[in-house]
Design a protein around this ligand. Structure first.
Ligand code: FAD
Length: 400
């Protein structure tokens, strides 16, 4: 009998397990994968709020030690003007972009060091219930043998296609199909000189580049999910044709380098799911999946793990009835994440800028404090409501 079973051992699951184990709870992590293990479909940028959490948990140095540098300068090239700055009010004051094999392993090691037990090669199939109450899981080992385990709480950290969410019948809301979102195509290059983290916003296109482990640079293009895509054999040719036409300076630097990996592409549907119920909770993408255009998923997962583990500790330690402890989880998660989800979904349309948007960026140019605050919406150190709210807009436009 465990206090908690966490299904999924990556950023959301390992962080939750680590925080619970550090509070003295008996935690089992199960994952169908064997670790160390990579996630290829992620551009793995962790913004300032996420980096601050890694620092708070004492995991940041282990992640940095894998060879991913702190990223401190940010630019957004809109064609006619370029904004440069960085999110305000962060503690570490940097983003990082560790390969997922490095990030997930550092978190998993921290969870194990805290006393969490890991069972690899376990595929979750269903929850075990006592009436309405979830009391455990059943699954299958790699050799086909059945696996069962019991716990006071089952946490689904098993990603966007969460089988735990399906098993408990979590309600879905704020759902968008992948055609309404963005479609990412990216690869890794060596020998590319960057000027910090570079974004290029163009009608129907966004380009981005940042440094990751081992001196490699991740370079990508985003297009609307509904737009026609290049055939597999033509991805590179089309990528460079688009980069040459839209961001020639970056194109030149990327061409001077060497591609070190395959081309990777993905678009995803997004949603919010009911965050908890009797004996269960969802964390990370299992509970809320956002369009990758704002690169928020890992930061969200870490923040939700922090919130959820705090509430579960209250329930597990008897400070509060578990249902009462969990009652505020969804509201706390959604207060931060739903506005970010809507912001990302709006950005993912990659619509040409309206006159209001152009006015906003003209006002931002030359106003460093407000430009930093705008980057803070991405770094999750400034909320969309704070930045786009009437008070801040009045302050922004007043000097002009
Ligand atoms: C193209 C793309 C680019 C992205 N870029 C960024 C970015 O730059 N920055 C950012 O912050 N986010 C980005 N994201 C989002 C980010 O990858 C996710 O938010 C993040 O991976 C969520 O982590 P997680 O731990 O919740 O789930 P996952 O990383 O999906 O991990 C789920 C785990 O559950 C396990 N699992 C699943 N099913 C079962 C089962 N039945 N039984 C046992 N185990 C199971 C899996 O093996 C896996 O280990 C991107 C996403 C995409 C698609």
């Amino acid at each position: 009998m465990y206090d908690a079973i966490v299904v999924g051992g990556r950023c959301a699951g390992s962080a939750t397990a680590m925080l619970l184990a550090r509070q003295g709870h008996k935690v089992l992590i199960v994952d169908q994968a064997s670790f160390p293990s990579d996630v290829r479909l992620s551009t793995h940028l962790i913004w300032h709020a996420g980096v601050d959490l890694l620092q708070k948990w004492g995991v940041l140095d282990a992640v940095r030690a894998t060879g991913c540098p702190d990223l401190t300068g940010f630019s957004l090239d809109m064609g006619e003007l370029v904004l440069r700055g960085q999110p305000p009010s962060a503690q570490v004051g940097a983003a990082i972009a560790p390969r997922r094999i490095a990030l997930d392993q550092a978190l998993l090691q921290a969870a194990i060091a805290a006393g969490a037990e890991l069972r690899e090669g376990v595929t979750f199939e269903d929850v075990i219930k006592d009436g309405e109450q979830v009391v455990g899981i059943r699954g299958r080992l790699q050799d086909g043998a059945a696996f069962t385990a019991h716990a006071r709480i089952v946490v689904g950290a098993d990603g966007g296609h969460s089988r735990v969410a399906r098993a408990v019948g979590a309600e879905v809301y704020n759902e968008f199909p992948k055609e309404a979102g963005a479609y990412n195509t990216y690869s890794y290059f060596s020998g590319v000189k960057l000027d910090g983290v570079e974004f290029y916003s163009r009608p129907e296109r966004m380009f981005y580049a940042w440094e990751t482990n081992g001196g490699q640079t991740l370079v990508g293009i985003i297009q609307p999910g509904h737009a026609p895509r290049a055939a597999r054999a033509e991805v590179e040719q089309q990528f460079f044709a688009e980069l040459d036409a839209n961001a020639p300076g970056l194109a030149q630097r990327v061409r001077a380098g060497q591609r070190e990996d395959d081309w990777l592409s993905a678009g995803i549907g997004t949603f919010c799911r009911q965050a908890s119920g009797p004996g269960w909770a969802l964390v990370g993408d299992a509970g809320l999946s956002m369009d990758p255009i704002t690169a928020a998923g890992i930061t969200n997962a870490l923040r939700d793990a922090d919130t959820l583990a705090g509430l579960l500790h209250q329930g597990l330690s008897g400070q509060q009835d578990m249902d009462a402890a969990l009652a505020s989880y969804q509201a706390q998660r959604d207060a931060v994440s739903v506005p970010l989800h809507q912001f990302a979904q709006e950005m993912a349309k990659l619509a040409p800028p309206t006159p209001e948007v152009i006015n906003l960026f003209v006002a931002l140019a030359g106003n460093q404090a407000q430009t930093d605050r705008y980057f803070g919406v991405f770094g999750q150190t400034v909320t969309p409501a704070d930045f786009f709210g009437p008070e801040n807009m009045a302050a922004l436009f007043a000097p002009a």
